[in-house]
Write a protein that binds this ligand. Structure first.
Ligand code: MG
Ligand code: MG
Length: 248
């Protein structure tokens, strides 16, 4: 990881452009997902869309990851590798995606139900999104990272979800993963102070069961240790003089 960096106006503009590419790509993926499609098909659509819009896939080749998106289904939390696996009615799908413009990264993720899903699972997805929004609400110059962490954890645990601890949000910029780490749990009033010009990715992962995770034998796919369903949302945010701006 690089240290905590303050971005120039030009760097933030590039990140905003990368973020817009992700907004457009996420919408295309969201609209195209249906029972019967494979995760490798989604990956190909994502890569061609990002390149057509003038970006470079941010994950492909990073740390050896082979694809443009991470596609994680049901009990898979993050880092699922696209394959010929067919997405089925009733699955939940998490898509994590990154784009680079002029050397600057943006990073975002969403979870969606495929076809009809139950009330409890719908709640998991909506509440994970809500926990991210509550974390984002904290973001402004002068707050500490722990204020974000606490807002997410307290909301999620009150509702009985497991808040994943082994994987966390992060600073972002020229590198996909920069300092500081942004945990989704922990006390408020602790951790690094955010300042205008910093950019962070906040990304809560909530489980219907316990927070503990396992790594599958492929060396990438992270699953819930108890097999429970998991949801993940992520946005890239820049801290401004007046508050914050969501780039993705
Ligand atoms: Mg991500
Ligand atoms: Mg991230």
């Amino acid at each position: 990881m690089s240290g905590i960096t303050i971005k120039s106006t030009a760097e933030i503009t590039s990140m905003r452009n990368a973020g817009q590419i992700l907004k457009d790509t996420k919408k295309i993926l969201f609209d195209i997902v249906e029972p019967g499609i494979t995760t490798i098909e989604l990956d190909q659509i994502a890569e061609s869309t990002i390149r057509k819009l003038g970006g470079i896939p941010g994950f492909k080749g990073l740390y050896g990851f082979p694809a443009t998106i991470c596609a994680s289904i049901n009990e898979e939390i993050v880092h699922g590798i696209p394959s010929d696996r067919v997405i089925s009615e009733g699955d939940i799908l998490s898509v994590d995606i990154g784009a680079i413009v002029d050397g600057m990264n943006a990073d975002s993720a969403f979870t969606m139900g495929v076809g009809t899903i139950g009330k409890e699972v719908t709640g998991l997805i909506e509440d994970t999104r809500k926990s991210l929004d509550l974390g984002i609400e904290q973001v402004k110059s002068g707050v500490r990272v722990g204020d974000i962490s606490f807002a997410i954890q307290s909301y999620a645990e009150e509702l009985g979800y497991g808040v994943v601890r082994q994987y966390v949000g992060h600073g972002i910029g020229r590198e996909l993963h920069e300092e500081p780490q942004i945990p989704n749990y922990g006390p408020s009033g602790r951790g690094p102070i955010l300042k205008a010009g910093m950019a962070i990715a906040i990304e809560p992962m909530l489980n219907l069961g316990h927070w503990d995770t396992e790594l599958k034998p492929d060396g990438w796919t992270v699953v819930t240790a108890d097999g429970s369903l998991s949801a993940h949302f992520e946005e890239t945010i820049v801290i401004t003089e007046n508050g914050s701006e969501i780039l993705t």
